[in-house]
Design a binder for this molecule. Sequence first.
Ligand code: CAA
Length: 308
Amino acid sequence: MSSVAHGVKTLGVVGAGQMGLGIAYVAALRAQIPSVLLCDANKTQLDKGVAFFESLLKKDVSKGKIKQEDADAARSRLFAVEGVESFARGQQGTPEMVIEAATENLPVKLKIFGSLATHLPLTTILATNTSSISVSKIASAAVPDGVKPGSPEAWQGPSRALGIHFFNPVPVMPLVELIPALQTSPEVLERAKAFAIACGKEITTSKDVPGFVSNRLLMPFINEAVMTLEKGIATKEDIDKTLRLGMAHKMGPLELADFIGLDTCLSIMETMFRETSDSKYRPAVLLGRMVDAGWTGKKSGRGFYEYK
Ligand code: CAA
């Protein structure tokens, strides 16, 4: 257990997709953070996120996992907001922590971190849920507009940034991987640990290397399964069955790739390959072709399998 308090009364979550929504859910329900501000620039996505949050609560109540009053309390803690600028202006208070769970794209993340740094105090912890991008690079953008390079603010900005990596589905998977950037202060890491534990999670810590521990192990495994299929060694069903029944995995690697998103798997492999030049991270050609075809897995209705 961390002996440091997380000190989060208001949490901002940027991105109302699967991950952001799941983070908002565990923060509101398990950690009981009084105000969870869920933000997405896309209003349709935001409405979808809130509706999914409500459906998760309903399902947990109907299964007897939580009481109706706990669900009502969790719902009352969630606030939908459209832009990160509104974090600073909201009646719910200025966030002590913001977790960015936007698309896995460096320019997008740099822009969000720059904007968060400009609109929020230097004391707000800025976390990224990236699954492979350099956290030190993202942290370097956590400097308010107009700050002089080399000034105390320019050093302090990135020191409150780190990676807090949740796993999908966030309400179900018990792990959070913490990734301190080179710049992260020890106090920020301790507070992030306390926050993850309050969300009901176990924690591990990884150095800021491409893929961290989780995807350094998982993605080459998935990629090898794609190559096994590509070479015609076995059918997709048999590849998945081998791992599910032979090794007691919850999902086979191809099923899991569909679940994660083939575009996400490809982008993680590309990051690891680009940053290390190690051929063991070279993405399978078939993985790239499937993404080219728009067969990105469960979310698009087709990946290695078809989804109705
Ligand atoms: N949100 C919330 N809860 C969900 C959910 C979601 N999206 N999907 C499933 N669940 C819940 C179900 O409601 C159910 O809850 P109960 O036990 O209370 O009934 C539970 O999960 C099990 O679901 P199902 O019975 O429908 O199906 P299942 O037993 O096949 O489990 C699964 C589904 C949880 C996804 C399971 O197959 C599993 O654990 N798969 C492996 C997932 C995994 O490896 N995730 C990590 C991916 S890597 C990653 O996220 C990081 C990265 O950087 C790429």
